[in-house]
Design a protein. Structure first.
Length: 383
C-alpha cells in the first residue's frame, strides 16, 4: 500500500479531506475517488453540473521559433498551422507506433504551446520530450507543480462559469468558445487558461490557474452554483462518465503495445503529414490491415466484465476487455474490448471468473457526447 506521506497533494486536498471525500493514491497523488457516491456524482454531471479537482494532470510549456515544427513531429495529429487558442487531441508514439500517452496540445501564442499529459505518464513524457529536444530553437518548462486544474462539467456548466467573479469581464469570450478552443487571461496569481474541453462527454470547461487561486475558485463555484445543484465529483464518476462516451483511458484502451489505430483514435493520426515519430510503423499497419479493433460490448448475462477478462468466440479467446462497468445512465453492463480483427458478429462471450457470459457488439459509442451543440440536447441512445 502506498505511504500517504509520500503522495503529492493538490491545493484542494485539505478541502477534500474536510468534506468527507474518500481519498485514494492515484498516479503519485492523494486524490478524491468519491464524496457522496459515484452514482449520485455521475448523475449530477449528466443532468446538471459537477466540478472536479484534476490538478494531478501534467502541464509542459513549449516555446520558441522551432516549437511548432518540433511539436508537429512529436505527435500524430496536426498541430502546425492551427490558430492561437485552438486545442488539439493527439497521441505521442514510439517509433513502432505504440502509444506513450494521449494528450491535449494548446496553442497559447504564436510561439508558445502547452502540452497536457496524463498524470501517470508525466515523468515518462517529460523524459521523452527532453531526449528529443533540439539543440536550438525550442525551450521546454514543466509547469505541473504550480498549475492547478479544475474541470466544470455538465449541461449547466456554462451558467456556472459565467458567475465566477474572475470571468466577469470575459463573459462574451467565454460564450464564444467553441469545443476545443481556449482563452488566456490575467487572473489572480497570474495566467489563467479557460478551455471548452473535458473528459465526461458533456458541455464543459477546464480552468488552469495558479495554485494560490485554486481554493477560492473551487469554493466560489460551489457557493454560486447552489441553485444549480453543483456537486464536487471524484475519480470514480470521472471514470464512469468517460466510459459511457467511450473516451480512451491510458492503461486501459491505450498502452505502449497498443497503437492509436487499434484503439479507435485513428482520426487523430495524420499520415499525410511530412513526418512524425511512429508514422512509418502506423502507415505500414494501416496498409497491412489493422490487426486488432476496439469494440463496444453489451452483456446479455448477469455480471460485470472488468479489465483483463478474456473475450471469447466459440469458446476461444480473441481479445480482452479494456474497461467494463455497469452504466449508471444506460442501466446495463457494458464493456470496451480490444479484439482481433475482423470482429465476429455472433457467439461472443466474456470470461468472468471462469464463467462465460454471453454478450454482443453494439455501436460506438455507448452514449453520444453532448459537447459541440446544445448542452441540454437529447441523446439517441445506441444501447
Amino acid at each position: 500500500m502506498s505511504d500517504p506521506s509520500a503522495l503529492k497533494t493538490t491545493p484542494l486536498t485539505a478541502w477534500h479531506r474536510a468534506h468527507g471525500a474518500k481519498m485514494v493514491p492515484f498516479a503519485g497523488y492523494e486524490m478524491p475517488v468519491q464524496y457522496q457516491g459515484v452514482l449520485a456524482e455521475h448523475e449530477a454531471v449528466r443532468n446538471g453540473v459537477g466540478i472536479f479537482d484534476i490538478t494531478h494532470m501534467g502541464e509542459i510549456e513549449v516555446s520558441g521559433p522551432g516549437a511548432e515544427a518540433w511539436l508537429d513531429r512529436m505527435v500524430t495529429n496536426r498541430v502546425a498551422g492551427i490558430p492561437v487558442g485552438k486545442v488539439v487531441y493527439t497521441a505521442m508514439c514510439r517509433p513502432d507506433g505504440g502509444v506513450l500517452d494521449d494528450m491535449l496540445i494548446y496553442r497559447l501564442q504564436d510561439r508558445q504551446w502547452l502540452v497536457v499529459c496524463n498524470a501517470s505518464n508525466h515523468d515518462k513524457i517529460v523524459a521523452w520530450m527532453t531526449d528529443h529536444l533540439p539543440a536550438i530553437g525550442v525551450t521546454m518548462g514543466d509547469l505541473t507543480d504550480r498549475t492547478a486544474l479544475i474541470a466544470v462539467q455538465g449541461p449547466r456548466s456554462g451558467e456556472l462559469m459565467k458567475r465566477l467573479d474572475e470571468l466577469a469581464g470575459h463573459v462574451s469570450a467565454l460564450e464564444a468558445l467553441d469545443f476545443y478552443t481556449a482563452l488566456t487571461l490575467d487572473g489572480p496569481g497570474g495566467r489563467w487558461i479557460v478551455s471548452r474541453t473535458g473528459y465526461t462527454g458533456e458541455h464543459g470547461y477546464e480552468i488552469y490557474l495558479p495554485f494560490a487561486a485554486a481554493l477560492p475558485v473551487w469554493e466560489e463555484l460551489l457557493a454560486k452554483g447552489q441553485d444549480l445543484a453543483v456537486v464536487p465529483v471524484g475519480l470514480g464518476a470521472r471514470d464512469t462518465l468517460r466510459f459511457e462516451v467511450c473516451y480512451c483511458l491510458y492503461g486501459h484502451e491505450l498502452e505502449e503495445d497498443i497503437t492509436p489505430l487499434e484503439a479507435g483514435i485513428g482520426w487523430a493520426v495524420k499520415l499525410k503529414k511530412d513526418d512524425f515519430i511512429g508514422k512509418e510503423a502506423l502507415a505500414a499497419q494501416k496498409k497491412q490491415g489493422i490487426p486488432r479493433k476496439l469494440v463496444c460490448l453489451a452483456l446479455d448475462d448477469r455480471g460485470i466484465a472488468r479489465q483483463g477478462c478474456d473475450v471469447l468466440h466459440d469458446g476461444e479467446p480473441i481479445g480482452a476487455v479494456t474497461s467494463g462497468t455497469f452504466s449508471p445512465t444506460l442501466k446495463k453492463a457494458l464493456a470496451m474490448a480490444l479484439v482481433t480483427a475482423p470482429v465476429p458478429e455472433a457467439d461472443l462471450a466474456v470470461d468472468v471468473r471462469g464463467k462465460a457470459l454471453a454478450c454482443h457488439t453494439v455501436p460506438f459509442p455507448f452514449l453520444p457526447a453532448r459537447t459541440k451543440g446544445d448542452p441540454a440536447a437529447e441523446r439517441n441512445l445506441s444501447v
